[in-house]
Design a protein around this ligand. Sequence first.
Ligand code: NAD
Ligand code: TYD
Length: 374
Amino acid sequence: MDNNGNANANSPSPLERAGERCILITGGAGFIGSHVVRLFVNKYPDYTIVNLDKLTYAGNLENLRDIEHKTNYKFIKGDIVDSDFIHQLFDTYKFSAVIHLAAESHVDRSIASPMEFVTTNIIGTVNLLNAARQLWKPALDTVDSSANLFYHISTDEVYGTLGEHGLFTEKTSYDPHSPYSASKASSDHMVRSYADTYGLPAVITNCSNNYGPFHFPEKLIPLALNNIKNNKSIPVYGKGENIRDWLFVEDHAKAIDLVFHKGKAGQTYNIGGHNEWKNIDLIKLLCSIMDKKLNRTPGTSAKLITFVTDRAGHDLRYAIDASKIKKELGWVPSVRFEEGLEKTVDWYLANESWLNNVTSGNYKQYYEKQYAQR
Ligand code: NAD
Ligand code: TYD
């Protein structure tokens, strides 16, 4: 296959390299996916990592510039909603495992335009499940299928909202409220149904809000940083009293690595930061960090805070009980929030051109230059 997903006799077949595992990572050009791809490509030189991404507005190959020339990495541009293409891809690469991150991921966009969330998040996931099932069927029917794994990356938003107390556990009933969370809940159910009905070895993790480098500046933290930097107002929905549980993205990537290698098929693991923040308190903290970094008089950036109309169906509070993954796999977050925020702020200040490319749309030219004409 070439980088547009077309069959190409000259493409190196990862399977020609004996003893390697060929792993499909979907959505690897996005925020979390790029951290997962980087970790796997660097940590596992014996694996071939195929990054399949449609390069929607959220997909940016600049996120992977540092690893794009590694011999165990291959990027393919393609749409998980296109079932013929997906079957052809599985047929060509004979993936032994899938780590599925590709999704439409922004709640506000899902409110404005739910259908894209239905097609990518639900139909796209089912296409991948069908292709994996077909490829792995002989192994599923006859032998131990532990060589194969369909790993679905999901969100804590499927559980709905918490009141002031309590935490989401793996046993919390699903109660999604936004089209985004409803589409993710639906895809989770489809993954479990393929595990239960067809014996597909599958694992799901539901993670809390991530933050860190390469986060698209439509989400709260990078949007606030970008606006503070440019002296633009910071929109706070409602009274800013909604609570999110924030996790540094590299900690999420490490948890994914651990679950991929040590998690049990058929299981669900919650991943969270034990780090709840009211939106308004978080934004005030970001303002004070930015005042220091930009040598502004204390209180300058906080003047940009603007309360705006609340998001429809806005979930009040998310908070994860991550005791199962701690007890069974030994995972705990390693980056303290102050440290992670500092790293994030420094990254955004040091990577002005990334931010400018993303906000101007210029990042799409990177794909054209690097891949389209090869
Ligand atoms: P993102 O929006 O930054 O990236 C999504 C990626 O998927 C992009 O590169 C995009 O081009 C690609 N994509 C979208 N539609 C596609 C399609 N039809 N075919 C192929 N590729 C397509 O998202 P993210 O924040 O990195 O989230 C990644 C995954 O993690 C999602 O499944 C999301 O639900 C889940 N998740 C995110 C968070 C969070 O805080 N961001 C928390 C928990 C779980
Ligand atoms: P967001 O980053 O969109 O993540 P999610 O909706 O998946 O949790 O939003 C985080 C919180 O910040 C959420 O409570 C909505 C709120 N928010 C604002 O107050 N202003 C904004 O401009 C954005 C994008 C979000």
